[in-house]
Design a protein around this ligand. Structure first.
Ligand code: ADP
Ligand code: MG
Length: 338
């Protein structure tokens, strides 16, 4: 009998991997924004059309890439962010898997322009179906622009699975808001169909919250801070009376990365106990800083689910931090002395 096991061509392997990383336009937005953050950008512009279905462009003023790095960046498992196995336990960057650009280029048409400060000319390339079709020198400004066109043009099943424009746009906005909260010092702009949705100057977190959510948040923010030998908590809580019936304005970040975690959410809401009407949810933006050794972000390709060594400890620190913050703002239920 003949042997039948063979390696898949890159284009197919990348398309399979893309299924994990790129679920919808918002996934592309997240990956591109995070790459700009990792490149040290201080100004990032997101331009989308048709809720990202036909056009997603991220332009940054980060460190750019060399001619070779620009090509390499489309290879699967090609990254500048980790070198050796130990590095996995001390990750400080948003990316490290080297999968995003390879995955995106497997399921879309990608145009990249990039230039490092030290180079006279930049480089421009076009990739699609996991192949670099063209690369040439170009005059461009320092930084990187990546434009992702016609997402899933070659994967009809995926394309048909996309939701309506308002729904996809909502997902994109959610990603933009998360990155914007985690990087308040970075200037960020978002345009959809030539309409400016956000224009955010870099500054303090409180200012960013107000710019993102509205002026009425200004009077509603309670600072929250706590530090133990293992973990540092910092951020803002909404006043209890400012709580809403809808969820969705609860944000946890671990070492600058947005995460979803029901258990830690519970730590916050229980600390509000007695202060919230039934089924109301408080606003919060909380940053958890800890040694990367004690948090595993490698559980899922999109990295929004993480695993903590000691989530009980974290639960305790968070609920005590919240209780203390609410208490010092005199919003605990007052005892009735009458
Ligand atoms: P990862 O971010 O996990 O390393 P990506 O596929 O997202 O993997 O990117 C591959 C590499 O391309 C990065 O490690 C980085 O060196 C480079 N790169 C991607 N986007 C940018 C950018 N906007 N500016 C500078 N370099 C970038
Ligand atoms: Mg990346």
């Amino acid at each position: 009998m003949e042997d039948i096991v063979h390696l898949l061509p890159d284009s197919i392997a990348n398309q399979i991997a893309a299924g994990e990383v790129v679920q919808r336009p918002a996934s592309v937005v997240k990956e591109l924004l995070e790459n700009s953050i990792d490149a040290g950008a201080t100004d990032i512009r997101l331009v989308i059309k048709d809720a990202g279905k036909t056009h997603i462009q991220v332009i940054d003023n980060g460190k750019g890439m060399s001619v070779t790095d620009a090509r390499m960046s489309f290879e699967r498992h090609a990254t500048s962010k980790i070198q050796k196995a130990e590095d996995l336990f001390k990750i400080r960057t948003m990316g490290f898997r080297g999968e995003a650009l390879a995955s995106i280029a497997a399921v879309a048409q990608v145009e990249m322009k990039t230039k490092r400060q030290q180079d006279e000319l930049g480089t421009q390339l076009h990739a699609e179906a996991s192949e670099i079709k063209k690369q040439e020198p170009t005059a461009t400004k320092d930084g990187t622009s990546i434009c992702v066109k016609n997402l899933f043009y070659n994967v009809p099943a995926r394309r048909n699975f996309l939701k309506s424009n308002p729904v996809e746009l909502r997902h994109i906005t959610d990603e933009f808001i998360r990155v914007a909260l985690a990087n308040a010092e970075i200037g960020m702009t978002m345009l959809n169909n030539d309409l400016e949705m956000y224009q955010l100057d870099g500054g303090k977190l409180s200012k960013r919250i107000v710019q993102l959510f509205g002026k009425n948040y200004q009077q509603q923010l309670i600072p929250c801070q706590e530090e133990t030998p293992h973990v540092k908590i910092e951020g803002y809580l909404g006043k209890p009376e400012f709580s809403k019936k809808t969820r969705g304005e609860q944000f946890f970040f671990v070492n600058g990365r947005y995460i979803k975690n029901h258990y830690l959410n519970h730590a916050v809401t229980t600390a509000y106990q007695g202060l919230l009407k039934e089924d109301y949810h408080p606003f919060y933006v909380l940053f958890i800083e800890m040694d990367p050794l004690h948090v595993d972000i490698n559980v899922h390709p999109t990295k929004t689910e993480v695993k903590f060594d000691d989530d009980r400890m974290l639960y305790g620190v968070i609920s005590s931090a919240v209780r203390q913050a609410l208490g010092s703002f005199n919003v605990t239920p007052s005892l009735d002395f009458d």
